[in-house]
Design a protein. Sequence first.
Lengths: 196, 196
Amino acid sequence: MPKIGMEPLRRKALIDATIAAIGERGSLDVTMSEIAGRAGVSSALAHHYFGAKDELLFATMRHILAELNADTRRALRLAATARQRVSAVVAVSFSDDQFQAETIAAWLAFYVEAQQSSALRRLLRVYARRLHSNLMSGLTGILPRVEADRVAEATAALIDGLYIRRALKDGVPNAQSAIALVEDYLETKLNGRSLP
Amino acid sequence: MPKIGMEPLRRKALIDATIAAIGERGSLDVTMSEIAGRAGVSSALAHHYFGAKDELLFATMRHILAELNADTRRALRLAATARQRVSAVVAVSFSDDQFQAETIAAWLAFYVEAQQSSALRRLLRVYARRLHSNLMSGLTGILPRVEADRVAEATAALIDGLYIRRALKDGVPNAQSAIALVEDYLETKLNGRSLP
DNA sequence: TTTTGTTGATTGATCCGTCAATAAAAAATA
DNA sequence: TATTTTTTATTGACGGATCAATCAACAAAA
């Protein structure tokens, strides 16, 4: 009994199912059938709405990125000082929504896939640039631009590295210690210079 | 015209071909036929020597890890002071042999695959522990154990993060700047305390 | 004649993407 | 309002391609 206006609901369900499937398998090696099954529909319907598997994966990555971006903007709005802006960006990266086995597995898998898909690669570059820019929005209020740039790069690398190690379930048992580690770095780097 | 004593040669050739194939594709999604073809043999022979694809991939990862370990031990032997030991470990991670698109792509792909294969996961844990321990071998001569532990963890995360960013070909254009970034972190962390 | 090296051909399984068919809602027409 | 037509939702079944793994067979060395 087909009800109308199903498209947006199905799309959402399929994207959620894709994240769940990738998270469980730990790789993009999930079949359309499994994703569709998880979303409670047939694989034919998944093809109907997304055309090809690539496009479903792409839409999923874009969804994750959009989510992260929304969280970040929300957090930045609450930050009063430059220093707080930096911490806000870090905190979001390790928030309960983001720093989760499921999501991290998806991130990792997409990083790998990006080497074959220029569209995905472009998307991940957007993420990298956005992260850098968000960090800079706080750091430039504390450090001279050149130094701020270097600290932003190091912080970004630290975050990515902690993500990977989390995926391995080795070290970095929880978000708390990950944040502490990054904040410790920032503290030593920003020590003293609090305002221009 | 089969000559005797081919086994070790074939094994080596197949492992090298596997690295090359993974490096080019950027993922473990390489066929046995492609690997075998690259090594100049039939896919049947690859199965003959390695049994299954899993085992070939596993052997390849082990080979990469062994190579990295050998390089590290060599570098550590040349380090005179504790501080130099730390730098040696960092330098090896970004040496020409290791910090290469091919090898990095393989690393990344294996990280993903590790989430499905407990054998691979165990292997990567060995790498993580070894890296930590190698860093500690220098750091404990400079910092109290607890602090050394934290710095080692951050340094390891930094290294992994820089690897990922290199794979994306975004930021970290060369090994030089990557080393500089890590060394800058170490310098600020170890500043002052040079000997116990 | 036994061991070692090697491959072409084949099998069996998996999986993406397509298509024809069905059914209900909405729109158009009478 | 009653009807026909179009649009939207949905799926089972299938074609076709890819690939891992096996096997029988052959050749050269021991």
